[in-house]
Design a protein around this ligand. Sequence first.
Ligand SMILES: Cc1cn([C@H]2C[C@H](O)[C@@H](COP(=O)(O)OP(=O)(O)OP(=O)(O)O)O2)c(=O)[nH]c1=O
Length: 190
Amino acid sequence: MSALHLTLASASPRRKELLARLGIAPDAVLPADIDETPLKDERPRDYALRMGQEKAAAIEAPQFVLAGDTVVAAGRRILPKTETEDEARKCLELLSGRRHTVLSSVVLRAPDGSCKSRLSENIVRFKSLSSAEIDAYLSGDEWRGKAGGYAIQGAAEGLIQWIRGSHSSVMGLPLYETRALLKSAGFPIA
Ligand SMILES: Cc1cn([C@H]2C[C@H](O)[C@@H](COP(=O)(O)OP(=O)(O)OP(=O)(O)O)O2)c(=O)[nH]c1=O
């Protein structure tokens, strides 16, 4: 256990789970309620960083705050966190048989309010998906609320030919970058 106090600004069970792989259990978990609407013509990487920074800034916490954001982009287009089956189908049809980008930011806010950010960029390639495969995927619930309409940590991984980057980053928290940020702030990571 660290003497440093860490608040994870996230409602995502995945981020807490991924953080645990570094041996870090946050002292508090507080979801950041921010407006996640992209700005007009905002580039996906700028958006991912801005979201991470806004989440980190939105929380009241005694010392350190860690936040992150994961964005799925097809070219310059930011895909939604899909709320309806129809929306998820459109995403999967778009991603089928081609590569897309997944950007994950991680932001550490220090007790003096200063922030350090890292951005991790991944390329993901889906196989060509038949409509039967898309139907089968949508009949489960894993697409719900997920950026781009899929979750690599579930059945979708069977449809992904390859990724360039890191699995943790596509899933929601880039562990290499997160470890570096926490370690440089003095968190005890082996
Ligand atoms: C591409 C991909 C996305 N996702 C999900 C995680 C999130 O639901 C979403 C990215 O949205 P985020 O806004 O990054 O995260 P969140 O809303 O879950 O949590 P919080 O903002 O409170 O930290 O996409 C996966 O779980 N696996 C994947 O492979």
